[in-house]
Design a binder for this molecule. Structure first.
Ligand code: XBP
Ligand code: MG
Length: 258
């Protein structure tokens, strides 16, 4: 069977942009300071906390697993959503400074995909405002409309690694999983795509390099550019040195056939 590829589904954090270490982490710490809470997430601790997706869920996980039960704020349940709102404000302010760029090759691939008529969507755990802020401050405000669906945050109750956010995007676009390809960066991401029956192209980052990406079409260190070739960590790039639509189509075809 030769199912035609119709749509590209992108994760955001870690895939479109390296947002976690210098973006989300910093914004969480600003929120803790703003509320006078003596929590601080250093780079390594944050790496462990990334086991749980979703900012509210991550704070709850931190309180449950990293802190002394007798030393938690009394009002933790109501505090977490408040902290998260503050964190979102700090994060979107940070994005507005232009401090967090897209990863190499992302803009080029999105532009080529649009020119070639592939449909685009986003499937992410992060808060919707964060996605629109990232797109606005990197590709421009008009880019929000390039994505047919922006499936984000609490739109589904079960976040990644559950497949729900991808199932939601597929259902909204009226596409089958075979007609799409997903772009992810993490083990939670590929668990989510695999359980939604999607083929997945992985670009790793410093937090996810050692994750298990079994079942991916290919694992790359980045999408790459003409003058900035990717390194292939696992899989076959068929001689390509950067990810373009021809390679995406080929990887999709090969994965569907096998
Ligand atoms: C992204 C996340 C998010 C962000 C924070 O995971 O885990 O929780 O770190 O976002 P993925 P919010 O890339 O797998 O979608 O604080 O807005 O929840
Ligand atoms: Mg991600």
């Amino acid at each position: 069977m030769n199912t035609q590829l119709k749509a590209f589904l992108f994760d955001v954090d870690g895939t479109l942009s390296d947002t976690e270490r210098d973006g989300h982490r910093v914004a969480f710490n600003h929120a803790f300071e703003e509320y006078g809470i003596n929590w601080h997430w250093d780079v390594d601790t944050y790496g462990e906390l990334l086991a749980v997706t979703g900012g509210k869920e991550r704070m709850q996980y931190y309180a449950d697993k990293f802190l002394d039960k007798n030393n938690l704020p009394d009002n933790l349940e109501s505090l977490i959503p408040e902290l998260h709102q503050a964190k979102t404000r700090h994060y979107t302010e940070l994005l507005s400074t232009g401090a967090i760029p897209l990863r190499p090759g992302v803009e080029r691939l999105i532009n080529e995909a649009r020119q070639r008529g592939f449909r685009l969507a986003i499937a992410t755990t992060t808060t919707p405002e964060n996605v629109t802020a990232l797109l606005t401050h990197t590709l421009g405000a008009q880019s929000i409309d390039w994505f047919e669906v922006i499936a984000a945050g609490d739109i589904v109750p079960a976040k990644k690694p559950a497949p729900d956010i991808y199932d939601y995007a597929l259902k909204t676009m009226k596409l089958s999983a075979d007609e799409c390809i997903a772009f992810e960066d993490s083990a939670n991401g590929i668990k989510s795509t695999s359980d939604a029956n999607l083929q997945t192209i992985i670009t790793v980052n410093d937090y996810t390099r050692e994750h298990d990406f079994s079942g991916a079409c290919i694992v790359l260190d980045q999408m790459g550019e003409i003058d900035q070739p990717f390194n292939v960590i696992a899989g076959d790039a068929y001689g390509a040195t950067y990810l373009d639509c021809d390679l995406v189509v080929k990887l999709h075809q090969q994965s569907i056939a096998s």
